[in-house]
Design a protein around this ligand. Structure first.
Ligand code: NAD
Length: 352
């Protein structure tokens, strides 16, 4: 299949591009290359004859139209987004532009294109809209997010993703575009931008800098190894039913403090420091405004209907991740130098 992947220079998108090239598909990677996108993340596959890259903004209708006309994809995996909650608190504008307007443009151009297809190509076409479990809001101590859980987003990021999910399903119900929506829990793994929790802790730990834990560290996230998410998206693309939503998660609930402590254990083992245990670097800082307490995903529909299973546990995945960061300073150092690890998203820092 020829698959148009948006956001393929980002964390999850690059894992998707690597997987699709490995499985013999053709990839057209469309990415604006914002601060979060780097072509070094797809260096392993960019020499493949099955891979093409186009730098474009998903909110630029003329550019997206031209890409559909030129490349004539069999399917779309739409991942391009502004993705960092802290940045959305500091300034929501790019989140509205990319996540809402950009998704609208992608859907609308895809609809025109799909209407022009015929026969088997039209039947097989899919638009997979990649979203997050954060659209469901916060859970109490019990329960899991189901596909039927009502939306209750709390941050500018999750509100923009929720808007995009509603648009995507509206393009199915109203116009018949074969859209499938996926809602995934927190991802981690190689090529994760250095300002996100897990890589930030690994790299600060290596630099012997403070490991800032928000609030009391008891917020719970359900962690999924990025390659498991990439496999889930390929499964959903191939077998997901149009108009349906699929939750993606690996039953790996951990408090933020447990995550940081696990990273400290691994750094103590794999990169011991004469200056003492990495645990000594943990510091508690002001909580994120509106910080959702707990996310946890029920992925049973994806598992029973489509046969997907996460292959990594948190223990196996986090070890692979720490080992990867230890081995790949060539990837993260330039990004780390551009971003100094400063705190983002405190209300005092809100820009407009
Ligand atoms: P990321 O920030 O690492 O990558 C986003 C990519 O999109 C970057 O390459 C960036 O350059 C590109 N991009 C941004 N704005 C663009 C625009 N206007 N036009 C074209 N390209 C643009 O994000 P990620 O963590 O890889 O997330 C990918 C998708 O998966 C997002 O839609 C996100 O909401 C969703 N998601 C992420 C997680 C997670 O834990 N990271 C979990 C569930 C769902």
């Amino acid at each position: 299949m020829k698959i148009l992947v948006t956001g393929g220079a980002g964390f999850i998108g690059s894992a998707v591009c690597r997987l699709l090239i490995e499985t013999g598909d053709q990839v057209v990677n469309v990415d604006k290359l914002t601060y979060a996108g780097t072509l070094t993340s797809v260096a392993d596959v960019s020499g493949s004859p099955n891979y093409a890259f186009v730098r474009a903004d998903v909110a630029d209708r003329a550019a997206i139209q031209a890409i559909f006309d030129t490349h004539r994809p069999d399917a779309v995996l739409h991942l391009a987004a502004e993705s960092h909650v802290d940045r959305s608190i500091a300034g929501a504008g790019p989140f509205v532009e990319t996540n809402i307007v950009g998704t609208y443009v992608m859907l609308d151009v895809a609809l025109d294109y799909w209407r022009g297809l015929e026969g088997a190509a039209k039947d097989a076409f899919r638009f997979v809209h990649v979203s997050t479990d954060e659209v469901y809001g916060s859970l109490g101590a019990e329960g899991l997010f189901q596909e039927t859980t009502a939306y209750a987003p709390t941050s500018p990021y999750s509100a923009s993703k929720a808007s995009a999910d509603h648009l995507a399903l509206a393009w199915f119900h109203t116009y018949g575009l074969p859209v499938v929506v996926s809602n995934c829990s927190n991802n981690y793994g190689p090529y994760h931008f250095p300002e996100k929790l897990i890589p930030l802790m690994i790299l600060n730990g290596l630099d012997r800098r403070a490991l800032p834990v928000y609030g009391d560290g008891a917020n719970i996230r359900d962690w999924l190894f990025v390659d498991d998410h990439a496999r889930a998206l390929r499964t959903i693309l191939q077998a997901g039913r149009p108009g349906e939503k699929y939750n993606v998660g690996g039953r790996n609930e951990r408090t933020n403090l447990q995550v940081v402590q696990t990273i400290c254990d691994l750094l103590d083992e794999l990169a011991p420091s004469a200056q003492g245990s990495h645990h000594d670097l943990i510091t508690y800082v002001a909580d994120r405004p509106g910080h959702d307490r707990r996310y946890a995903i029920d992925a049973e529909k994806l598992e029973t209907e489509l046969g997907w299973r996460a292959q990594e546990t948190f223990e196996t995945g986090i070890r692979k991740t720490v080992e990867w960061y230890l081995a790949r300073p060539d990837w993260w150092r330039p990004l780390r130098e551009a971003y100094d690890g400063a705190r983002l998203g405190l209300l005092t820092a809100k820009a407009g």
